[in-house]
Write a protein that binds this ligand. Structure first.
Ligand SMILES: Nc1ncnc2c1ncn2[C@@H]1O[C@H](COP(=O)(O)OP(=O)(O)OP(=O)(O)O)[C@@H](O)[C@H]1O
Ligand SMILES: [Mg+2]
Length: 148
């Protein structure tokens, strides 16, 4: 499914619609956010985290690799793998322990093997002044999501 997002507000609204389509318990979900530098991956992740009830800042996990959020619908882990270069490093950062929450992953291509574990692949690309978002289901439940 593809959708045009004319501005940042549209990206934010899409993040909320995506979260609304997901089950109340977010545990075990993995969302892959793909796209070039500045395509809007962090903007979308921030929108999802805020829509889930987080009120403070949403810092980039570029250096910490993982930023955890404890929220009423469960934990959300915002992960940025830009600085990761192998599946070993992914294990080292504690990836396997993050399965009690929803993992939102920027730069998933940095760690081979993530696609097999994920529910949705969301690719953002530049389209004029806005962005195009392409949502692809990677699991049964991912394919069944109906995003408004
Ligand atoms: N739909 C949209 N149309 C136009 N601009 C947008 C849209 N969504 C987000 N933006 C803008 O694009 C920029 C995206 O920055 P963001 O940090 O989210 O990108 P990113 O993909 O996470 O980059 P990086 O790879 O560096 O982490 C921001 O300036 C944001 O305001
Ligand atoms: Mg980013």
């Amino acid at each position: 499914m593809k959708r045009f997002l004319p501005d940042e507000a549209a990206t934010t609204a899409f993040g909320k619609a995506l979260l609304d389509a997901m089950p109340a318990d977010l545990a075990g979900w993995t969302l892959l956010l793909q796209g070039d530098l500045g395509a809007g991956k962090s903007t979308l992740a921030r929108a999802i985290i805020k829509a889930a009830g987080h009120t403070g800042p949403v810092p980039s996990p570029t250096y910490t690799l993982v930023e955890p959020y404890k929220l009423s619908r469960g934990n959300i882990y915002h992960v940025d793998l830009y600085r990761v270069s192998s599946a070993d490093e992914l294990r080292y950062l504690g990836w396997n322990e993050l399965d009690d929450g929803c993992r939102i992953v920027e730069w998933p291509d940095r760690a081979p093997g993530l696609i097999e574990q994920a529910d949705l692949s969301i690719t953002l690309s530049y389209e004029g002044e806005g962005r195009l978002v392409d949502i692809e289901g990677l699991s049964k439940r991912g394919n069944q999501l109906k995003i408004q």
